[in-house]
Design a protein around this ligand. Structure first.
Ligand code: UD1
Ligand code: CA
Length: 451
């Protein structure tokens, strides 16, 4: 069986945040979730995440996606793996992965699972111009790894080695667990280092293989906010490239922000400064113009979304939305609609082929099809304590500057005259007028102006 142990118990002091390090997001998805998804993609059937600092937060967020092992206190990476007792008697190959490498790909993990089939331990290494504080790799004359020396334990000469340990390993699971107990903590940090297994296995005559990473950006660890931003950039580039290869047009991919779980179709056009987050889906032929923010939005085919904010809501085919519309809280706009500028929908169903073109708030409403909502219409859905629904049936016409005081139903083909404040239901086919009657005072206008 293929397993994976993700080490995520550290606080990540250099992030200068109360959030556990692995809960920081890269392309709108936490680092730990990226890793869980990627190891599963590479074939891991059993995933154990070792948690410690802030474990409640991680456990809650990742519930059902991974098993957990608690490491308290955190005495090093070797000690972290010892806590993954669920894996102790499993047969097969096991990945051990630093929790702070969000950009790793399934291809790389697959390669490690493959390479460990004829070795007991494989280490993913990288060759860096600036190896900074990473652990250094010492190879023997045959190219196998002899030792990994932590930066803090390095001599000046060893610090010059530029092949480093990425913190990603594959093991034969039995070998891993039968040797963990031999790890000691006699080093600069008095920690149990997983890296000590290299020497322990070598002493038993077992060779440790190195696999050099093909892409250094992929294996880069995240330790502070600068590295978090870099990982984000790297991941965004990758996500955008993938969508462009699948037929999405981006005017400027460097200014297009697409979350890891977003789904797009060919012939979608994205203008700069578009943010697509959460489980957003955009279907074929839709154009999203600049300054739009979509989070958990489902957008149908052949729509145009202009400078708008759409959250937890759906817009069906052939609609235009915006500029400056705001659709939120489970609103559904049926197809062939026009939602114009400065229109807000909250928890509203808006029927097929209707219009709501300007300056309007529709909240907690069910609007039928072929309805016209004039300019400046407000559903008065809240009395300070409770929210009430407004229903507007098919073919109704709501004039400009109308207040619909909920609960209220406007019947089929009914009309509410402009400027009305409607407080009572309007029967099918009727017209409601609720406004002061106008009075004209002859000559008063001129008089007033000449005053
Ligand atoms: C580790 C490696 C180092 C490698 C580097 C790559 C060891 C001893 N060193 O060092 O060779 O170059 O990663 O980034 O392994 N963690 C736990 N429990 C602990 C300690 C750490 O779960 O007790 C987790 C952390 O949350 C983190 C990961 O292990 O996700 C790595 O820990 P970190 O302290 O960053 O290790 P490094 O010092 O960077
Ligand atoms: Ca690290």
């Amino acid at each position: 069986m293929k397993s994976a142990i993700l080490m995520a118990a550290g606080k990540g002091t250099r992030m200068q945040s109360d959030l556990p390090k692995v809960m920081h997001k890269v392309c709108q998805k936490t680092m730990v979730e990226h890793l869980i998804d990627t190891v599963k993609q590479a074939g891991a059937e059993k995933v154990v995440t070792v948690v410690g600092y802030g474990h409640e937060v991680i456990e809650k967020a990742m519930e059902g996606k991974t098993e957990f092992a608690l490491q308290e206190p955190q005495l090093g990476t070797g000690h972290a793996v010892m806590q993954a007792k669920q894996c102790e008697h499993v047969q097969g190959e096991t990945l051990v992965v630093n929790g702070d490498c969000p950009c790793l790909t399934a291809d790389t993990f697959e390669e490690l699972y493959q390479e460990v089939k004829d070795a007991k331990m494989v280490v993913l290494t990288a060759i860096l111009d600036d190896p900074s504080a990473y652990g250094r790799i010492i190879r023997d004359e045959n190219g196998f790894i002899q030792r990994i020396i932590e930066f803090k334990d390095c001599t000046e000469d060893e610090k010059k080695i530029n092949e480093i340990n990425t913190g990603i390993y594959a093991f034969d699971n039995e070998t891993l667990f039968s040797n963990l107990k031999d790890i000691q903590n006699n080093n600069a940090q008095s920690e149990y280092y997983i890296t000590d297994l290299v020497e322990i296995l070598n002493k038993k005559g077992l060779k440790v293989k190195a696999v050099i990473a093909k892409d250094n950006e992929e294996v880069a660890g995240v330790n502070d906010k600068y590295e978090l931003a870099r990982a984000n950039q790297e991941m965004q580039k990758r996500i955008n490239k993938e969508w462009m290869k699948k037929g999405v047009t981006m005017i400027n991919p460097d200014a297009t922000y697409i979350g890891a779980d977003v789904k797009l179709e060919a012939e979608v056009i994205l203008y700069p400064n578009v943010y697509l987050e959460g489980n957003t889906t955009v279907q074929r032929g839709t154009t999203i113009l600049p300054q739009s923010f979509l989070d958990n939005a489902i957008i149908g085919k052949d729509c145009v979304i202009d400078s708008s904010r759409i959250t937890d809501s759906e817009v069906k085919d052939n609609c235009t939305v915006g500029p400056f519309a705001h659709l939120r809280m489970h609103s559904v706009v049926e197809s062939k609609n026009r939602i114009g500028n400065f229109v807000e929908f909250k928890n509203t169903n808006f029927g097929f082929d209707s219009r709501c073109a300007h300056l309007t708030y529709i909240g907690d409403s069910d609007i039928g099809s072929k309805v016209n909502i004039g300019c400046g219409v407000v559903t008065v859905n809240y009395d300070g304590k409770n929210k009430f629904r407004t229903v507007v049936k098919d073919g109704a016409f709501i004039g400009s500057n109308v207040n619909l005081i909920a609960p209220l139903t406007v019947g089929e083909n009914a009309v509410v005259a402009a400027g009305s404040t409607a407080t009572e239901d309007v029967p099918d086919g009727d017209m409601a007028i609720g406004r002061c009657r106008q009075e004209n005072k002859p000559g008063y206008g001129t008089k007033y102006k000449n005053k």
